[in-house]
Design a protein around this ligand. Structure first.
Ligand code: ADP
Length: 399
């Protein structure tokens, strides 16, 4: 079956067509600047054939129409008509407490997603808008929603509650949800397969522009670093991660920010960008460090230190650890960050092989464990689209 995978952001739309008979990607592309002047689509097939069109787009529905033109294009596309698509899998930001698994989309599901827009006001309207547009453009094709939060829905109350008046949880569902679930799910299961151990205790580090870490016991998520929103936890490209809320209020007054500007500040102006004052990108950071930039070195040290704090905590929470897995743009490509993260983890038997760790990303699992390490250190390229396509296929095959 061919599955169309959609990952909509507030002004972007990434997509892939997957052939699930052999789990191969037939084509992938992205549309950017939706709703902003200068929208464009870029698509690439594995054989290198590309397709690019620029045309202003008002909304995600128009963007999808552009995508459908691209994937059915005679020269650069991969299908003749949309009828060849057996199902569509949508990445949806937030399942809240309503969805603990991926679901086949119904009108009822959409109503619940609409209700949950308040948990993700930037992403949810785009996610739901794309689902509705797909239903309108291909009414007979099943649509599946795969939520970023559901993998973490197995956390226990002691892990997901904030120590604030309990009524705030009961009345408003304020709690930790966790994100990047599709990636943590994918890489933890790939690690279990690689280790040949379906009871393995695994710490998964998804380190990209957004970064999070999860404690996974026999495939079940026990804890994760992102919270009510993706702002909590690790130091990220532009997000602060954990910070004393009293310091936030103090800074707000000093900066003269309005209350409603604070979250945007913590999401967009902090993290590595805040410390370097120049960049949020780890490639720039590496270059700056090479040129002796002390702030860049400090930012990398802070990034790694915070991850180590979580690795220590999660090793205890899991009662031991069999593997630490790195994924995401930084986790897969930045050897210096991996080495720094593992510094000091020898204390519980986790040691990286510094030579093997220099490996350039191959797209395959890389085992960079030192010979005398008790804990396996793995680099596993994440593949959220494949995970979404697998879930989609599983659900539509059951119906
Ligand atoms: P997103 O969260 O947007 O999906 P990514 O997983 O693509 O982010 O990660 C982006 C980060 O990964 C950036 O800081 C970037 O510098 C870094 N990165 C991506 N590719 C490479 C690479 N080939 N070498 C070094 N760093 C990389």
């Amino acid at each position: 079956m061919k599955i169309f995978v959609v990952n909509a952001g507030s002004s972007s739309l990434k997509y892939q067509v997957m052939d699930m008979d052999n789990e191969t990607m037939l084509v992938k592309g992205n549309v950017e600047r939706i709703g902003i002047a200068g929208s464009f689509i870029k698509q690439k097939r594995p054989d290198g054939v590309t397709y690019e069109v620029s045309k202003d787009l008002e909304n995600h529905s128009q963007a999808l129409q552009m995508v459908f033109d691209a994937i059915t294009d005679e020269k650069c596309g991969v299908i003749k008509s949309l009828d060849e698509i057996g199902a569509v899998g949508h990445r949806v930001l937030h399942g809240a407490e309503d969805f603990t698994e991926s679901v086949v989309v119904t009108e009822e599901v959409l109503k619940i997603c609409d209700k949950n827009t308040e948990f993700g006001p930037l992403h949810m309207p785009a996610n739901v808008g794309c689902i509705r547009a797909c239903i309108a453009l291909m009414p007979n094709t099943p649509q599946v929603a795969v939520f970023d939060t559901t993998f973490h829905s197995t956390m226990e109350k002691k892990a997901y509650l904030y120590a604030i008046p309990y009524d705030l949880y009961i009345n408003y569902k304020i709690r930790k949800y966790g994100f990047h679930g599709t990636s943590h799910n994918f890489i933890s299961h790939e690690a279990m397969k690689y280790l040949g151990n379906d009871k393995a205790k695994i710490i998964t580090c998804h380190l990209g522009n957004g970064a999070s870490i999860a404690a996974v016991d026999a495939g079940v998520c026990k804890d994760t670093s992102m919270g009510f929103t993706p702002l909590e936890g690790l130091v990220m490209g532009t997000r602060s991660g954990n910070i004393d809320p009293a310091a936030v209020e103090f800074a707000r007054k000093k900066l003269g920010l309005k209350a409603e500007e604070v979250v945007n500040f913590l999401n967009k102006k902090c993290g590595v960008l805040g410390i370097t004052g120049k960049t949020s990108d780890f490639r720039d950071l590496a270059e700056m460090i090479e040129n002796g930039d002390e702030q860049a070195k400090l930012a990398l040290d802070m990034f790694a230190w915070r991850i180590r704090e979580y690795i220590g905590a999660y090793s205890v929470a899991l009662g031991g650890v069999d593997a630490i897995v790195f994924a995401g743009g930084i986790g897969e490509n930045n050897a210096a960050a991996r080495e720094l993260v593992l510094e000091g983890c020898e204390v519980f038997g986790a040691k990286i092989d510094k030579e093997k760790n220099k490996v350039a990303s191959t797209g395959n699992i890389e085992d960079v464990t030192a010979k005398d390490s008790k804990v396996r250190i793995l680099i596993i390229p994440t593949n959220e689209e494949l995970m979404i396509a697998r879930d989609t296929l599983r659900l539509v095959s059951q119906n």
